[in-house]
Design a protein around this ligand. Structure first.
Ligand SMILES: Nc1ncnc2c1ncn2[C@@H]1O[C@H](COP(=O)(O)OP(=O)(O)O)[C@@H](O)[C@H]1O
Ligand SMILES: [Mg+2]
Length: 590
């Protein structure tokens, strides 16, 4: 069998019309070194290099024929399958490979192609020895890391909202005009992610200074003025009363535009709404250089609470509402985020400049530009197909749809979907690590076994995961049932309350919280969980809306703060004895 024909197996031209494909096959098989032959050489070389570059993908990991069988079949079946090919084949089975390529799916073609390789007799002379290895679980690890709830590198399914925010900000920044916008939407609809994304990824021709405040972290609504004053001038250190006049002066001085993002602005609601009014009036001052963006969950905060703003055109903020994600949105976002992490970008596998070079080379060799473009397109498509398959190796598409449906019909909070998905991936990863798969003993990497495809995250595994989170995430609306809070969670919440009460700041780092929590555990004779499990349990507490946990590269430095006050913690935990006992001895644990 000629090398050209073998290469043909791994390079099905699915997207071409049959007529064109036949021409193409013929060209590649042509023995003379015509320009067309040269073309096929270039393609083969290119494909070879693509395979080498994508060493982490499943396709790239299966250069030997037995792996696809080995990972799915019992050792006996693997053995039987490997040797059945040594039996003389019928003429039909020996049909030209190019023909097979036309009638098979790429997967089947690859398998058959691999079988064909065995027909050369190599297998008869040196039977492949199989060894048990731990499967390669890097895709799970990458997916798990990608499923975080901090600002993602790419925003999906929010093109319209991103455009509205950008179109609001761009003319104001570029033309130095003040203004305000109020963005509302239920938790986990991507409000913060979208605003942060625009401000950190878009370039504006006008200069601006950014101040981002999470109002949840303020001690009192009125402290917002001091907080902003300190951001504008690090040396500023006056009383709260002087803060607002100072801001009014500073914001009307000459200087770059100031973009002030107030996240969770509804936390600044007071009985007379004086703080919110004062804030929204700042952009309307003469010569103001303030662009204010307020984010909140309440749809009608400005209509209901800030009625006065509505009647004054200058003060009226532009409104934008984020509707909840649909089932399909949630599935798409999760899938895209996993895809970004587990697969290299097509551009990483083959650089656009390389494709360009390839086109040039082919068109100069064959004089046929159309063919050059076709080949470059096929290469991209082939890589794209592999990329899509990689997501399916981590989580089944049906499982993504199922999770999307569940979340969109309950809270619609994408954070919960991400959290459940991440934990399901973690569980699948732990299970996969314990398994052994058969791989050829001559395989270079000790870790070259792929995880069997039926071991990825599927609906039963998701159900299991949701059931375990059920008492927390899904029943959080039913606060009457909350006294079954697991002991570890109770201890974390109470320790955090102690630290906040004894310390100066509303937030502490996860490392510090773990330290104090460990002291509480030893005092009460409870086994303390290790830091990793502790961090995981904190994210469970977060999914119940009791704390806010920010992600950081170094998890120990991640800030965590309470979203409830002491009274609310008490009613949530329904365990006054434990709470008052720990609080009474607070200083022991700090
Ligand atoms: N459209 C999106 N694409 C990718 N990830 C998203 C998207 N929307 C939300 N997320 C993820 O969900 C997390 C929570 O979203 P966030 O913007 O904080 O919601 P909100 O501010 O509306 O409560 C984000 O940090 C991000 O990781
Ligand atoms: Mg937010």
């Amino acid at each position: 069998m000629s090398p050209a024909a073998q290469n043909q197996i791994n390079f099905p031209c699915r997207k071409l019309s049959v007529r064109r494909k036949m021409d193409f096959d013929h060209d590649l098989a042509s023995p003379t070194k015509s320009p067309r032959k040269e073309t096929s050489d270039v393609v083969n070389e290119a494909e070879q290099s693509v395979r080498l570059t994508r060493s982490s993908s499943r396709r790239a990991q299966t250069p030997t024929p037995s792996i696809p069988h080995a990972v799915r079949l019992s050792p006996r079946k693997v053995h039987r399958n490997l040797f059945k090919n040594t039996v003389a084949s019928s003429p039909a089975k020996e049909a030209p490979l190019s023909l097979m390529t036309k009638i098979c799916s790429p997967k089947k073609a690859a398998v058959r192609g691999n079988e064909e390789n065995h027909k050369g007799g190599a297998l008869l002379n040196s039977p492949v020895k199989l060894k048990l290895h731990h499967p390669n679980v890097t895709s799970f690890a990458k997916a798990r890391q990608a499923l975080h709830t901090t600002t993602p590198s790419t925003i999906f399914c929010r093109d319209k909202e991103l455009a509205v925010i950008e179109n609001f900000m761009r003319p104001l920044i570029d033309e130095r005009k003040p203004g305000s916008m109020y963005i509302s939407g239920r938790p986990g609809t991507g409000k913060t992610a979208c605003v942060t994304h625009i401000l950190s990824n878009k370039t504006f021709s006008g200069k601006f200074e950014l101040i981002f405040v999470n109002c949840m972290l303020l001690r009192t609504p009125a402290s917002i003025f001091q907080h902003i004053a300190q951001q504008l001038d690090a040396k500023w250190n006056a009383s709260a009363k002087e803060a607002l006049p100072f801001l009014e002066d500073r914001l009307t001085e000459t200087g770059p535009m100031i973009v002030l993002v107030l996240d969770e602005i509804d936390q600044m609601s007071t009985r007379d709404q004086s703080v919110l009014y004062a804030i929204f009036e700042l952009p309307a001052l003469k010569n103001s250089r303030l662009i204010l963006i307020g984010l909140a969950n309440a749809l009608d905060l400005t209509d209901r609470a800030l009625v006065r703003l509505q009647s004054r055109v200058n003060f009226k903020p532009v409104l934008l509402n984020f509707s909840p994600y649909s089932k399909q949105d949630i599935a798409t976002i999760l899938s895209q985020r996993i895809q970004e992490a587990v697969t290299e970008d097509v551009g990483n596998v083959i650089a656009p400049s390389a494709l360009q070079y390839l086109r040039g080379k082919i068109s100069s060799a064959s004089g046929d530009l159309r063919k050059a473009i076709d080949i470059a397109t096929i290469l991209s498509q082939r890589i794209q197909e592999a990329v899509t398959e990689d997501v399916g190796n981590v989580i089944a598409p049906s499982a993504l749809q199922y999770l999307g449906g569940k979340i969109s019909s309950t809270s619609g909070d994408l954070r919960k979907a991400i959290d459940i998905c991440r934990r399901a991936v973690e569980l699948a990863e732990t299970t996969a690590k314990k398994q052994l798969v058969l791989v050829p003993s001559n395989s270079e990497s000790q870790n070259s076994g792929s995880v069997p495809t039926n071991k990825c995250v599927n609906i039963p595994l998701l159900c299991k995961m949701m059931a375990s989170v059920e008492s927390s995430a899904f029943c959080s609306a039913n606060s009457d049932d909350m006294d079954d809070t697991p002991l570890q969670q109770k201890l974390i919440i109470v320790t955090l309350l102690v630290l906040v009460k004894m310390g100066k700041s509303k937030q502490v780092t996860l490392g510090k919280l773990h330290q104090s929590y460990s002291k509480v555990c030893s005092k009460y004779g409870v086994t303390a969980i290790d830091f990793d499990e502790f961090a995981h349990t904190c994210s469970l507490v977060e999914s119940r809306g009791i704390v806010t946990l920010k992600k950081k590269g170094n998890t120990r430095l991640a800030p965590i703060c309470l979203r409830l006050d002491e009274r609310e913690v008490e009613s949530t935990l329904k365990d006054k004895t434990l709470l008052s006992s720990i609080l009474a001895q607070g200083s022991l644990f700090v």
